[in-house]
Write a protein of this length. Structure first.
Length: 403
């Protein structure tokens, strides 16, 4: 008989692996911060700074003693972390660089055809000159290269050739990000950024096993598609083959997981995880980044938590349902709503425009007190002195949108 993972247990298994079950206390610098990032796998990087940048807020929501300078030290001084691509730009433990060597080669093939269609011609001709310049003169940013090249006013598709070349050399492993000035990437030769012990590629035949095995442990349970998507290091067919082999060898077992509305999905799980008793999540309320690893897979979040979430940054304002950049709110093992807010640091105010509860959630006196306490803590982290609430900020539950 196929074992069933009830929904409350499934949520707790998943939240525990993402460090969202325990209270957000404890050390958040040095080895402790490195270990937290290794535990959750990766931290996505994003430029939007409505309240705090995604990577900072992801870490703060788990350890509220966290400060951005601690992450900067691990990245730029200790070289214990590095920045590259999973499903998007992310911060990773530097020990994973050996696995990514294979991704560099894969991406060089995968990107070549698309980039020739998407970008202006001429970027390939800049590869050698940029590498030689960096080797001779040291790190550069996009503002330092491309003298005399036409600089477009559009988005990423309108980069000048030297900027495209820098990104290509980074994506394919020739360059690494040595630091960020503000939020601008500064590139150097990989051998000057990644410590020598981590620059050797792992054996190619081990990549699929590592990618699938580690993804399944980070997820707790998952379909072959979820396993493939976690690191985006192997394709769906490779993940299916790995699951089939691991299942046949008795390393993993098939199970069913119950969704928030009682629906069921077939998943794979390690036997010892199936026997685990996940901790009871803290009742503390916390506000999550839209790019939180626990929400990266929007379909999985909707299945497990009944929480339909889409970022509306690129939705024209008249068509937005909630707002430009709206933050999910977690209480215990439930996603109870979303909040639209923005930090106005010039006047020291975190301004709350709206809070929408999920269906069946009431903003009781106790819950309101927890929300206000968390907003006060977040305001301080964002460099604000106070929280201000707009008139009518308490909204009614909305029917799920089709965004």
């Amino acid at each position: 008989m196929t074992p069933l993972i009830p929904n409350p247990r499934a949520r707790r298994l998943f939240l525990h692996r993402h460090a969202l079950a325990e209270p957000p206390r404890g050390p958040a610098s040095g080895q402790a911060l490195h270990d937290l990032i290794a535990r959750i796998g990766f931290v996505q990087v994003d430029s939007i700074n409505t309240v705090a940048r995604a990577h900072d807020m992801i870490l703060w929501s788990r350890r509220q003693s966290y400060r951005p300078a601690a992450l900067k030290r691990l990245l730029e001084r200790d070289r214990a972390l590095w920045e590259h691509w999973t499903h998007d730009a992310s911060i990773l433990p530097v020990a994973l660089h050996g696995v990514w060597q294979h991704r560099f080669r894969r991406d060089a093939v995968r990107l070549e055809a698309n980039w020739k269609r998407w970008f202006r011609e001429g970027y390939e001709a800049q590869f050698d000159s940029i590498l030689n310049r960096i080797a001779r003169d040291g790190p550069v940013g996009t503002a330092d290269v491309g003298e005399g090249e036409e600089r477009g006013k559009g988005g990423w598709w309108d980069w000048h050739p030297s900027k495209t070349a820098l990104e290509w050399l980074w994506r394919t492993g020739k360059l690494a990000i040595t630091r960020r000035d503000g939020f601008a990437k500064i590139y150097d030769l990989t051998e000057r950024v990644i410590p020598e012990p981590h620059r050797a590629p792992v054996p190619a035949e081990t990549v699929t096993d590592w990618a699938c095995r580690s993804a399944l442990r980070h997820l707790g349970f998952g379909t072959s598609g979820e396993i493939a998507a976690y690191w985006n290091a192997v394709g769906p067919e490779a993940a299916k083959d790995w699951c089939r082999t691991a299942l046949g060898q008795g390393e993993i077992i098939a199970a069913e997981v119950e969704g928030a509305e009682g629906q069921r999905r077939k998943v794979f799980i390690f036997p010892e995880i199936l026997e685990e008793t996940p901790p009871e999540p803290t009742p503390r309320l916390r506000i999550l980044s839209p790019f939180d690893p626990a929400l990266r897979d929007r379909d999985r979040a909707e299945f497990l938590f009944g929480f339909h979430y889409r970022i509306e940054v690129f939705v024209p304002e008249p068509k937005r349902v909630y707002g430009y950049y709206v933050f999910p709110v977690l209480e215990g093992d439930r996603l109870i709503g979303r909040i639209d807010m923005k930090a106005f640091r010039d006047v020291g105010s975190l301004r709350v425009k709206a809070f929408w509860p999920e269906a069946g959630v009431k903003l009781t006196k106790g819950r309101r007190a927890k929300l206000e306490a968390e907003l006060d803590r977040l305001a301080a982290f964002a460099g604000c002195e106070r929280v201000e609430f707009a008139d009518g900020w308490e909204r009614e539950t909305l029917i799920r949108s089709s965004l």
